[in-house]
Write a protein of this length. Structure first.
Length: 196
């Protein structure tokens, strides 16, 4: 679903200006972020796929882009490169469940300004994206790295259908280390799935 931008046609058409572009296949995540951006006075557009995002990037100027890395129509790295090429003044933030070290390095090399792991409080994400770590935070403390790590690992584990081996591969983590982490933090059912 597209955000509220009027499409234009013709090579000489002037682009519209919009504060933020949210590119995420999850309506819930996107709407939560849009509400937070709008509450801070920023107009937003939403694209749920790379194709929709590419359409909008050619037809509007954005100051900020918040991009997921995984879509049904492919990974988001080339979208980051496209935004960087067409709109060099746009700050691109990756906000993704799929941001291990390899993906983070590739995202930054593609043009991302910063990478944030899901899930985080949408109020914190919007405040960080707009103001940076030293700016106004609406009274929200910066999440502790240990909390961010736990939430990220839990999200990957749940997204892997609570399959330890699959989650460990996604996290580039030793399976036994992940099992110990899950047990220590009481994540998942008492009997976890292990499929090689």
């Amino acid at each position: 679903m597209f955000g509220e931008i009027d499409p234009t046609s013709g090579g000489g058409a002037r682009k519209r200006s919009c504060s933020a572009l949210i590119v995420d296949p999850s309506p819930r995540t996107s709407l939560d972020l849009i509400r937070e951006f709008q509450s801070r006075g920023h107009a937003c557009s939403w694209a749920s796929s790379k194709c929709e995002a590419e359409y909008l990037v050619h037809r509007a100027d954005f100051k900020i882009a918040v991009v997921e890395l995984r879509f049904q129509d492919g990974p988001g790295f080339d979208l980051i490169e496209l935004i960087s090429e067409l709109q060099p003044n746009c700050q691109i933030f990756v906000y993704s469940t799929y941001c291990d070290l390899r993906a983070t390095v590739r995202a930054v090399k593609s043009g991302a300004y910063e990478v944030l792991p899901k899930p985080l409080d949408p109020r914190f994400v919007a405040g960080f994206v707009i103001h940076g770590v030293s700016g106004p935070s609406q009274g929200l403390p910066i999440p502790q790295p240990s909390v961010v790590r736990r939430n990220y690992i839990e999200a990957i584990f749940q997204g892997s259908d609570q399959n330890v081996s699959r989650a460990a591969r996604s996290l580039s983590m030793d399976r036994r280390s992940l099992q110990r982490f899950l047990k220590r933090h009481q994540i998942g059912p008492s009997v976890v799935k292990i499929v090689h």
